[in-house]
Design a binder for this molecule. Structure first.
Ligand code: 5GP
Length: 176
């Protein structure tokens, strides 16, 4: 069994999402960015973020990356399922929406892949960052909050597919 410890309340998550939406609105006045959501973990964050944004979006696209399986420690190997063609990205202002930047491996790979599609600009918006765990440098243009080096669940993020539906963010501990 696992036990959950509250890290970020739903109200604090909502406040961070509003702030990020406002920051994006300021920067994207008169532009219509393409939002690229990294599934599955960012689905809830992205849904709240786009609703909080005033900026009209061009399209919303979804890609899937996996490096974890069901383990709580990254395997280091990343596979990316794009699910979108170069035409969705080429010459567009693109904002990638991620749940957590951990080692940076997944996001660096995704950004490199999207860059080959020649966007007009490519920015990263992440709800959470675990800076202590970084192995690959990643510039986070819009960051919700830093979190400690603990395994996070809730608000879209999972442990073996559980807990995604929780409205707050928790740290999980496995108990024997
Ligand atoms: P990275 O490649 O940066 O090490 O890992 C990135 C992805 O691993 C994140 O987008 C997220 O899906 C997953 N991940 C990293 N840390 C955590 C965590 O603490 N909890 C959960 N549920 N997923 C995480």
């Amino acid at each position: 069994m696992e036990s959950l410890t509250l890290l970020i309340s739903a109200a604090d998550v909502a406040e961070a999402v509003q702030r990020l939406a406002q920051d994006i609105d300021k920067d994207y006045a008169n532009r219509h960015p393409v939002i690229v959501v990294v599934l599955k973990g960012a689905f809830m964050f992205a849904a709240d973020l786009v609703r909080a944004m005033q900026t009209p979006i061009q399209t919303i696209e979804f890609i899937q990356a996996s490096s974890y399986g069901t383990a709580t420690v990254s395997s280091g190997a990343v596979s990316v399922v794009m699910g979108l063609g170069p035409e969705a990205i080429a010459h567009q202002d693109v904002i990638v929406v991620e749940d957590i930047i951990d080692t940076g491996t997944t996001t660096a790979r995704i950004l490199a892949d999207l860059q080959t599609y020649q966007p007009a600009s490519l920015k990263l918006c992440a709800l959470m960052d675990k800076p202590d765990r970084r192995k690959v440098a990643v510039a986070i243009d819009y960051l919700g909050m830093a979190v400690p080096d603990r395994f996070i669940v809730g608000y879209g993020t999972d442990f073996a597919q559980k807990y995604r539906q929780l409205g707050a963010v928790y740290a999980i501990e496995e108990e024997n």
